[in-house]
Structures are given as C-alpha cells and as structure tokens.
Ligand binder design. Structure first.
Ligand code: BES
Ligand code: ZN
Length: 635
C-alpha cells in the first residue's frame, strides 16, 4: 500500500466530519495533510505518515519505564514542535502497535486520532494542537511484539541471570517504541530518563556515563540533531571496559575481555578516519556487544555502535565491521539519507570509507582481498535480483524496506565512488569528500542534492572524468556500467591455483599450500568451489581442515551453505546449532533459503526454526518464516 492511500482515506473522513457538523476543535482530528504526488519532490518519504513540511518535531524528551515482566516500555514522549505552515494545527506522527493513553499540551488533554493501519508503515497518529501549543506530551506503552525491540529472558543471555532488552530502529521501527515523525529527513535532538531495576544498566545512542551509579534511573542526552532511526536503547547486565582515549566496550561481562582484545584497533581506526575525512563530531565512540540474536552485523547508533558477537573470531579477521559502523559517523550520521530511496548514500559511501580505513590500518593487501570479496557479493546480487532492484536510487514506494535489503547500495555504491576516485585522483577526491561532510553536516540530503553538489564542486573542474550519461547510469540504471573498476588480489590468485590443483587431483587436500593463508583467502577458497563438488571432496576438505567446527562464523557460514547444497550430513549438527544460536539475518537467511529448496531441507529448517523462534528477533522471524512454512514461494 502506498503512503497516499491511507491519507486519502483520512481526508475523506475529515470531509465527512465537516459535513456532519462535528468539526469543533475538541473533536478527535481526522484532518490530513494534502497528499503530495510522488514526483513533486524527491524529498517525499513514502515510509512516513508525518507532515514535517507543515509542523516539524525538533526535540524528543523521553521518560520510560522498562517492564521486563510485561515486555513493555511505558511512560511518555514529549515532542517540541515548530510550525512551518501556520494554517495547520494537526501534527501527524508515526506509530506501530503503540497503546496511546492520552495526549497533552501542558496539563490540558488534547484530542488525538489513530488512523488506519498499513501493514508496512504502521498507524498514523494525528494530534490537534492549538496554535500556542509548542510541546505535546504523549503517554503511551509499547506492545510486547514491538517490531523494533527484542526482549530476552535471562536464559537467553550469556550470563543467564538477568534479562536483556535492545532496540533496532533502522529503517522504520523507531515508531514501534516511540511515537514520532519517523522519517530520516527529520532531525531531532533528544533526552531521556530510563527507569529499570537497579541491578540493570541502561545505555543509549547518546551521552553515556560508564560510571553512572547503578540505581535503576539513567539520564541521557543527545545534543546533536539526528534522524529517528538512530535512537537506540539497550538494558541489561551491561558493563564497560575502556579501549582507547575515546573508545570502549559495553557488554555483558562474558564478552568484555574478548571484545576489547578483538576490537583494540578501534581507536586507531577513529584517528585514521579523522585524518582523511575531518574531525569526529560525536565525542566518544563506544561499542555495545549484543547477544547473538542481534539481527544485523552492526548498527551505527551514534556514540555507541551496536555490534553482533558473531564477529568475535579471535584473530581480528572480521573487524572491517567496526570500520564500517565507525565510518557511518561521517556518512550516515553526520550526512544522512533523506529517504530510504537514498539509502545507497549512507551505505555506499560507508562501504567505500570502510575499504579506505582498512587499507590505512591493515594495509593494501588486506584491503584488496576485502574489496574482491565485496565485489563477489555484488556480482551474486546482480545475478539474483530483478533488474530494477539493482538501481542505486531504488524506487521504494509501497515496499517494506526490510524486504529490499541487498548488497547493491553497499557494494555498487562503493564501486561508483571508487570509479570517481580513480578518474579524479585520490587526493582530490578525498578533499571533495571532506568538503562534502563539512557542507552537509547534520543535514539529511537526497540523491539529487548529492548529484548537484558533485557536479558543481567536482565535475565542473573535471568534465572529462565522467560524462553526465555515465553518472546517470551509475545512479539511476540497473547493473554495473561497462568499464567499471574490477578489483584484484594477488593473494587470491595463489588460492585459485591451489584450489584448481586440488580439484583436478594434482594434490591432496592436506597438501594444499595454505600454511599462512589469511581468513580472506579461506573465504575465497570456499566461495570458488564448483557446483560439481562431490561428497567425497567435501569429506576430504573437512578431514584436512575441520571446517564443520570452524569458530569463524563467516567461514562456517560458507561451509554450511556448501553442506546444504551438497547434502553433506556430517555438518548438519553444526548447522542446526548455528541456526538456533545465531539470529544475524545475513548469516541465517541464505541457509534457510537454501534449505527451502528441497522438502527434506525445508523440514530441517522448520525444525531449527521452531526451536530458535523464541530467541529470534522479530525481524529474523519475519524474514525467515516464509522459508520454513510448508508451501510458500521463495523470496
Ligand atoms: N545501517 C546498517 C544496517 C541497516 C541498514 C539496518 C538498513 C536496517 C536497514 C549497518 O551499518 C550495516 O550496514 N550493517 C552491516 C555491516 C556490514 C556491511 C559490515 C550488517 O549488519 O551486515
Ligand atoms: Zn552500514
């Protein structure tokens, strides 16, 4: 369903109200903002019911109690509003499954109305404000099934003693725990008082005090203007361990030491990024290590990135995730996509920055390997997705952002910037990006704004570097333009010949010259296996390298994919265990999808899913459910 349909219905209801003579200011409002045609401006956010062009929220003040018994947050959100259009008295907010108890201006109750629910977008909340009302308070409670929250029982945590709560708001789930204008085009500051039991600690994407007295009441402040999808909270048996001057780890005690060792280069990454792209604008940069059910690898919540524990490999092999979330402090958090159509600017710029940071901190060779692996992911998606879904500035209207997630905005976006870098020259392109972050700091911008800035500030001086047609191809057309950069890695060429020698029977598995191979080389080795791989070959590899027991979750993932494809049952205990202990969608979804291709596989998946479901995040449930149901088309 589109954004405009429910609004049109609201407008009709309002008209009926007027005709029936019940338009007194006290009556619950049904007045909707005029629906805007989609082409009027590319700032139109098809994923929000809010009306910031008429009345915009500037600050959110939260006072919430965390109820682990009921699995609810309850309390109030007070919103400071500014009128842009003085003829409008109706504030439109986004909600999803919220229980609204009342809305107030000062002590005065004001009328509100919940509109029709859209399956992707939730339910619009309209509040009628008198012209002198500048702060509205909404008393509310969340639903135990809030799509943006996961509630874990003590049994589902590492420590087993205390419950755990965390949020994941991107893309449109903030509305399931706060009534607000849930659009990345709207920036707010926020403060919060979080009340919980004294043995628990609360942290947020805001100023955190590791030495805060553990008394169950925690205060937060986020003085920089951020989009709503960056509001985040976690509550549990959370402790702190410093790493560098501005960096540290928050987590359950079980992960603290391992994470501080694995991510000890975070401070160096921060310093490296500042040198190229300008000063870090967010004060501290800490990491929160979540339980393994966290549905993403990481989430760039400002000052406090949320991180999956599945990257604690013991050898720093997966730390590009930290470089990625850190890089979002520039691309994403300082300069933000205005709508979800513009997501490629958040993720593509960040992926490009990640490669650059990895090169500075770990060297060209490692960066080249990561670039080749990313390029492989991109090629795979280009092959799998319908053409229109390989466009950077993708049409998202009427679609659930959770269902459109792919490597395209990440790797195609990064490849595009890589081409610009190569054609313009690194020094000048770096200077351009530095200026870009400066120019648009704390703004939410559209693809069109970026294109204009690029033309005026860079391409006008380099008309020969890239033609307008080619630019349009990169941003607005499917696939990868011919002649785009193609990464290569000498370290992978060695792997290719070793794999070939083994596949053709020249050498045995044990004789593969892999003594000093890095994690990335092993990934490349496994990802390059042909469809014709036999069970005997799987067994030989496993006997030589024990992939089934790999403690690196990315290696294990590729191995388990091969195991499902070739029905290598020796790995199925590990596969079951993997599926029931990890909730990170990127790791489990491809496994469920592959399993769903055969009836036996689907039954195997269904069994694991049934056992894991209670511990999965709502998003992981929503994404994978279709693959375990008896008869449903593949996604
Ligand atoms: N911001 C994203 C996660 C995200 C994107 C959530 C869109 C919801 C909608 C985060 O920075 C991210 O990209 N995570 C990746 C990390 C990887 C690319 C290093 C992930 O979770 O796998
Ligand atoms: Zn990202």
């Amino acid at each position: 369903m589109t954004r405009n349909a429910p609004l049109r219905r609201l407008a009709l209801a309002s008209l009926i109200g007027v005709l029936a003579g019940c338009s007194s200011p006290e009556a619950p409002t049904n007045q909707a903002p005029q629906p805007k045609p989609a082409h009027a401006t590319s700032r139109v956010d098809h994923h929000s019911f809010s009306n910031p062009e008429q009345m915009v929220v500037r600050h959110v003040s939260l006072d919430l109690s965390v109820d682990f018994e009921e699995r609810t947050l309850q309390g109030s959100a007070s919103l400071d509003v500014e009128r842009i259009d003085s003829s409008t008295n109706t504030l439109f907010l986004d909600t999803r499954d919220l229980n609204i108890a009342g809305t107030y201006c000062g002590e005065q109750a004001v009328p509100f109305n919940l509109g029709d629910t859209d399956q992707h977008l939730g339910t619009p909340l309209s509040i009628e404000l008198s012209s002198d009302c500048q702060r509205v308070r909404i008393d509310y409670a969340t639903s135990p099934d809030a799509s943006g929250l996961q509630w874990l029982s003590p049994q589902q945590t590492a420590g087993k003693k205390h419950p755990f709560l965390f949020s994941q708001a991107q893309a449109i789930h903030a509305r399931s725990f706060i009534p607000l204008q849930d659009s990345p085009g709207v920036r707010i500051t926020y403060d919060a008082t979080i009340r919980t039991s004294p043995e628990l600690m609360a942290v947020m994407s805001a100023s955190n005090d590791p030495n805060a007295e553990r008394d169950g009441v925690y205060e937060f402040n986020m003085p920089q203007r951020i989009p709503s999808y960056l509001i985040a909270i976690a509550v549990g048996d959370i402790h702190f361990k410093p790493m560098g001057e501005r960096t540290g780890i928050y987590s359950e005690p079980a992960y603290l030491d391992a994470a501080a060792a694995e991510f000890e280069d975070t401070e160096a990454m921060l310093i490296a990024t500042e040198k190229v792209y300008g000063k870090y604008r967010w004060d501290r940069y800490d990491l929160l290590i979540l339980p393994p059910s966290f549905p993403f690898g990481g989430m760039e919540n400002p000052r406090l990135s949320f991180i999956t524990p599945t990257v604690l490999a013991g050898d720093k092999s997966l730390v590009s995730l930290i470089a990625h979330e850190l890089a979002h402090s520039w691309s994403g958090n300082t300069v933000t996509n205005a709508t979800w159509r513009d997501l490629w600017m958040n993720e593509g710029f960040t992926t490009y920055l990640t490669y650059r940071i990895m090169e500075i901190v770990y060297g060209k060779e490692r960066e080249a390997m990561e670039f080749v692996l990313g390029y492989g992911d991109l090629q795979a998606d280009i092959g799998d997705l319908v053409a229109d879904d390989t466009i950077l500035a993708i049409d998202m209207k009427g679609r659930d952002p959770d269902a459109v997630f792919s490597n395209i905005p990440y790797e195609k976006g990064a490849l595009f910037l890589r081409e610009l870098e190569q054609r313009i020259g690194r020094a000048e392109f770096d200077a351009f990006l530095l200026k870009y972050f400066e120019h648009f700091a704390f703004q939410s911008i559209t693809t069109a704004q970026f294109e204009k800035y690029l033309r005026e500030e860079l391409l006008s001086a380099h008309p020969e570097a890239i033609s307008p047609e080619r630019l349009a191809k990169w941003i607005h057309q499917p696939g990868i333009p011919e002649g785009a950069p193609e990464p290569s890695s000498p370290a992978f060429e060695m792997v290719d010949s070793a794999r070939n020698a083994w596949l053709t029977g020249e050498i045995s598995a044990a004789d593969i010259p892999s003594g000093d191979w890095a994690f990335h080389q092993w990934m490349h080795f496994l990802q390059g296996m042909p469809d014709s791989l036999s069970l005997q070959q799987m067994e030989a590899l496993d006997a030589a390298y024990d992939f089934t027991a790999s403690r690196n979750n990315e290696i294990a993932h590729v191995w388990l994919m091969l195991s499902v494809e070739h029905w290598y049952e020796n790995a199925f205990d590990r596969l079951h265990n993997y599926l029931v202990t990890i909730g990170r969608n990127k790791l489990v979804k491809p496994l469920y999808r592959e399993l769903a291709k055969t009836p036996e596989g689907r039954a195997f998946g269904a069994k694991a899913f049934a056992q894991a479901r209670d511990g999965y995040h709502p998003l992981t449930v929503k994404t994978n459910l279709p693959f375990v149901l008896e008869k449903v088309d593949d996604q």
